[in-house]
Design a protein around this ligand. Structure first.
Ligand code: MRU
Length: 373
């Protein structure tokens, strides 16, 4: 997608130095556009943990490059297995909920193990990270093409009046490598000339909606309105939301969906108001081992993200305190929306029911066991 008219991915290999990976530091968007170099496993782990990069597919892509750095950080085959295992563990420990992290590390670890020489391992790791990125672009594009008819149908029913779509957090192109998951059908619809308008949940505490989704939609010229997290239910009661589309960090093979905290409440409100509630996801976000969504690990982050808020003060990014000095705060980063509240899943292979049977129909070859890191 474009920033100031220039096409970007959210992560890329430095054009002049193959040992450096570049990312957009998302902590400072939309106020400052900072490109950051990653050069080591520690850099990649820091970028994921501190959310310079975030969003399940981009977390996976960054971890894949992290394993590439691990192959650069050792100069002989002696002890390489332990070295790579430690790197994978370091990256895995950064964020617990998004399954794409595990998925990318497993894929990289297997690929690297298949090469016998150090040079071979390095080349394989780089190629695998690049493949993960380019596959993600195509997967997300396909999600958009499969989701497009849903928006098109509502547009027809409304005789071309704007289709109002509510989204939560940022499942946009900067949460993936390009296109996004929840936003991909929206970009496709807009590009086709269908009138859309997006209600953007601010998504406290880190405000990924207000800061990131609003920014990327704005850069692409898509009409949108930022709302505080409590507004969605009211809008749905008044017929002001035609459909919801959200992303996910981990979806069980039975269709339960873990996504940014507050998603569940939107799904409840959507159910109560007969508003379709779609979850857009690449198959890399499906957990083929977990049956019950309530066993998905839910990240708890630093309480300072709740007690303080970040914004632009004059020309500087600043933090202000919201709460009394001694009030404890809890910061649950994700919640689980049970499959029964999900109208359907939008994947790269098409749309399916959020159920074991629905998912298995689209992905029949998937195994319920996957190799260890
Ligand atoms: O904590 P974040 O910002 O990484 O959470 C991101 C989300 O919840 C997204 O909805 C999800 O990762 C899907 S990204 C296409």
């Amino acid at each position: 997608m474009k920033i100031n008219g220039k096409a970007y991915h959210s992560i890329w290999l430095h054009p002049e130095n193959k040992q450096i990976v570049q990312i957009i530091d998302q902590r400072f968007l939309p106020h400052q556009f900072i490109i950051k170099d990653l050069k080591s496993v520690a850099d990649a782990a820091f970028a994921i943990k501190e959310m310079l990069v975030r969003g399940a597919p981009l977390i996976g892509a960054t971890a894949a490059y992290g394993m590439y750095f691990a192959t650069l950080e050792i100069d002989s085959l002696e002890g390489i297995d332990t070295h790579l295992k430690n790197a994978a563990q370091q990256l895995l420990a950064t964020r617990p909920t998004a399954i794409n992290l595990q998925w990318a590390l497993k894929r990289q670890s297997q690929a690297i193990a298949n090469s016998a020489t150090l040079e071979g391992k390095r080349a394989t790791a780089l190629q695998t990270a690049q493949d993960i990125c380019s596959e993600d672009v195509e997967i997300c594009r396909q999600i958009g093409l499969h989701g497009l008819p849903l928006i098109e149908a509502i547009s027809k029913q409304k005789k071309g009046a704007a289709v109002n779509i509510l989204t939560h957090c940022n499942a946009g192109w900067i949460a993936t490598v390009d296109w996004g998951t929840a936003t991909s059908p929206i970009y496709q619809a807009h590009n086709k000339g269908i009138e859309v308008h997006v209600w953007v949940d601010e998504t406290r505490p880190r405000n990924q909606g207000a800061r990131l989704t609003a920014w990327e939609l704005g850069e692409h010229g898509i009409p949108h309105t930022v709302i505080v997290d409590n507004v969605g239910g009211h809008l749905m009661q008044h017929g002001m939301v035609d459909l919801c589309i959200v992303g996910t960090d981990r979806t069980t093979y039975t269709g339960d969906v873990a996504n940014k905290i507050g998603t569940y409440l939107k799904a409840l409100a959507a159910k109560d108001n007969a508003v379709p509630f779609y979850v857009a996801l690449p198959s890399t976000t499906i957990d083929w081992e977990i049956q019950d969504g309530f066993t998905i690990p839910i990240e708890q982050r630093n309480s300072q993200e709740v007690t303080h808020i970040q914004g632009l003060h004059q020309t500087e990014i600043a933090q202000v305190q919201l709460t009394p000095n001694n009030s404890p705060a809890a910061n649950y980063a994700f919640d689980v929306t049970p499959a029964r509240l999900v109208t359907a899943l939008i994947t790269e292979r098409g749309i399916c029911e959020a159920s074991e049977a629905g998912i298995a129909k689209l992905f029949p070859q998937k195994q319920l066991t996957s190799p260890q890191i």
